[in-house]
Every structure is written in structure tokens, then in C-alpha cells.
Design a protein. Structure first.
Length: 226
């Protein structure tokens, strides 16, 4: 597995029952079972092609008795009868991710541990977690093959769990650590936001609300980089 998948695997607790949503080739559940870290997983995908690939890889790995494939959208393929305690959703936008999680909540699916890797919109994911009584217990930021990934692990909390605006934006654990990849990401984002602000100010009809928001984000980023 690559670095990103290895980090996702590290986040999974030993002896968990895992649902990997948007599994593609099912690399993660296959490796978790082969390593003896988990005993059961659901590999779920909305598309038949990727799921067919997953089935072939599961058979080839000899773990078909422990990794079950399911075809369908989001978490519609998982029920409380499966006794899944860990849900992994990786490699999709944060907005789609929160839509999937919201639908699952409305369906009454019990969710204990979430391991999420949004490829964009991490702020919205953290906001959703706090609003829906999940506490973030671990985060990772890593760079691989020209991309920067953030992985968020959260667990269901008894009470409403609050994050500051900066914690939602940057990540509570990532803010504490501030490793080299954190600086790499936000230096890049600072350049992007500065260009965006310049373009917004050049517009004939100015969107002052958007300008104010971008100025605020630039201020926050500069504050964490200084």
C-alpha cells in the first residue's frame, strides 16, 4: 500500500469491524485482514466496475471469507445488523462526505468511529463532526505524489463537542504539531488566497462579502505561518 493507505490503516483500531466506503480495489480492508488487525470488513462502492475489481483482488488475496463486497451509494449498504464500529471514507470531497454521513444519521445508522480523508473541504467535515457530537481524537497530514492529504479520526461523544474557528479550519491536532507538510500546505493556500483576493478586487462589481471572507482567511493563515 502507499503512504496514504498505510496511514489510514494505522488509524484503524485492532479487532474493529470496518466498512470501507468508496473502496475501489478494496486495498485497505484486504491489507487490514491480511495483517490480522481486523477480522471482518465491508468493502462498499457505488460503481460496479471498481467493485468487480475489488472482488477479484479479495479472492486473489484469499480473504473472501472476511471481506464482503456491497454495491450501493454511501452508507446505504451498511445496517446496524452488521455491527460495524469503524467507518472509513477516503478520497472524496468533504461536501459529499458530510452528505453521506447526514443520510446515514437520518437512516438511524449507529456510527462509533469515523476515519475520514476528504480531498477537499476539510473545514466542512470538522464542522459536521462537532455539530453531530463527534470528537476528533487524531489527525494526520501527509504529502504523497504531489498531493497533500489530511486524515481525521473521530469518535461519537456524549455531548456537543466544540471547535474554535481555527481548529475547524486547520485541524486541532495539526495545529498543535505543525509539521513540515502543514507549512507546505498553508504556504500554498496563502498564495492561492492572495491571488483570489487580487482578482476579486479587480472585478467591476465587487463581492464585498467574499472579499471580507478571503481577507479573514488570509489573516488566519498568516497568523499560523508566522
Amino acid at each position: 500500500m502507499n503512504l496514504r493507505l498505510n496511514k489510514l490503516a494505522e488509524m484503524v483500531d485492532t479487532n474493529s469491524r470496518v466498512a470501507d466506503i468508496g473502496t475501489d480495489h478494496a486495498y485497505l480492508p484486504i491489507e487490514l485482514v491480511k495483517a490480522g488487525k481486523i477480522k471482518f470488513a465491508i468493502a462498499s462502492d457505488i460503481a460496479e466496475g471498481p467493485l468487480d475489481n475489488a472482488k477479484q483482488d479479495i479472492e486473489a488475496a484469499g480473504v473472501a471469507n472476511k471481506v464482503e463486497t456491497r454495491l450501493g451509494p454511501g452508507l446505504k449498504t451498511v445496517s446496524n445488523d452488521d455491527h460495524i464500529d469503524t467507518i472509513v471514507i477516503a478520497g472524496m470531497g468533504g461536501k459529499l462526505m458530510t452528505q453521506i454521513l447526514t443520510a446515514a444519521c437520518q437512516d438511524g445508522l449507529e456510527m462509533e468511529t469515523l476515519i475520514l480523508e476528504p480531498n477537499v473541504g476539510e473545514f466542512g467535515v470538522r464542522k459536521w463532526l462537532a455539530t453531530n457530537h463527534f470528537s476528533i481524537i487524531n489527525e494526520e497530514i501527509l504529502a504523497e505524489a504531489g498531493h497533500i492529504y489530511e486524515i481525521i479520526k473521530a469518535q461519537k461523544a456524549a455531548d456537543h463537542w466544540q471547535l474554535t474557528e481555527k481548529e475547524e479550519y486547520f485541524g486541532p491536532y495539526l495545529l498543535q504539531e505543525k509539521n513540515s507538510v502543514f507549512f507546505q500546505k498553508w504556504q500554498g493556500q496563502l498564495v492561492y488566497q492572495q491571488k483570489l483576493l487580487a482578482n476579486l478586487n479587480k472585478a467591476k462589481v465587487k463581492d464585498f462579502e467574499h472579499i471580507k471572507q478571503v481577507e479573514h482567511e488570509i489573516e488566519m493563515i498568516e497568523g499560523e505561518l508566522s
